[in-house]
Design a protein around this ligand. Structure first.
Ligand SMILES: [Zn+2]
Length: 207
């Protein structure tokens, strides 16, 4: 007999039947019956798991299931890129917010709601150090305006702000009045026709 708590042999036991004191938690788990999930250390319930992990295993066939990991992709680099893109555009306490969300750079609805949509649209990074770039620096994050680039390409493209949100509002007003064609507005403001199109349709700026 081996006394788990104090690691003491009972009187009369021979030296050879002595079990060593478990040196790591997995060994403790085998003896004390705790959950086999690393660092869980909760009391055993069934099939090697604690109650929480067993229930997840039973419901989702994955003891480590959590809601945010439903797509099983939260560890991939594209997810990190997606997450920091959201942070820049919607979290006011983000250090870059003033250069993004703060000046009207938005994330399209699809991408805002779902990483899966973002990943389906953009695909995996074509090379390891790829960064997401907005073709038109004054427009937000959407399939139309985004592509993967190298870091160098991203740096070379100095942020020159052609349009402010005020100018975008102006453009929309002018277009609404019917005085200008989109093509003419593009020329007048020195931006592309697709930029004008996105502005008048409130695709990027919610104005
Ligand atoms: Zn557990």
């Amino acid at each position: 007999m081996y006394d788990m708590k104090v690691g003491r042999r009972h009187p009369g036991e021979s030296q050879t039947s002595f079990s060593p004191i478990p040196t790591n938690l997995q060994d403790v788990g085998r003896v004390m019956k705790i959950c086999k999930i690393k660092d869980c250390n909760t009391q055993y319930h069934a099939k090697g798991y604690c109650n929480k992990h067993y229930m997840r295993f039973w419901k989702y066939s994955d003891p480590l299931y959590t809601k945010t990991e439903i797509h099983g992709m939260s560890h991939i680099p594209e997810y990190i890129i997606w997450n920091s893109m959201l942070a820049r555009c919607i979290r006011k306490n983000n250090t870059s917010y003033h250069r993004y969300g703060g000046r009207g750079i938005a994330v399209c609805d699809l991408w805002l709601k779902s990483f899966k949509s973002f990943y389906e649209d953009m695909g995996p990074k074509p090379f390891p150090k790829a960064q997401i770039d907005r073709r038109d620096n004054d427009l937000g994050y959407s399939l139309d305006n985004c592509h993967w680039v190298t870091r160098i390409e991203n740096i070379r493209k100095a942020p020159c702000t052609k349009l402010t949100i005020e100018k975008a509002k102006e453009i929309k007003e002018l277009y609404k009045k019917g005085d200008f064609l989109q093509k003419e507005l593009a020329k007048k403001y020195g931006v592309s026709c697709s930029t004008i199109c996105s502005i008048v349709n409130s695709k990027i700026w919610k104005i």
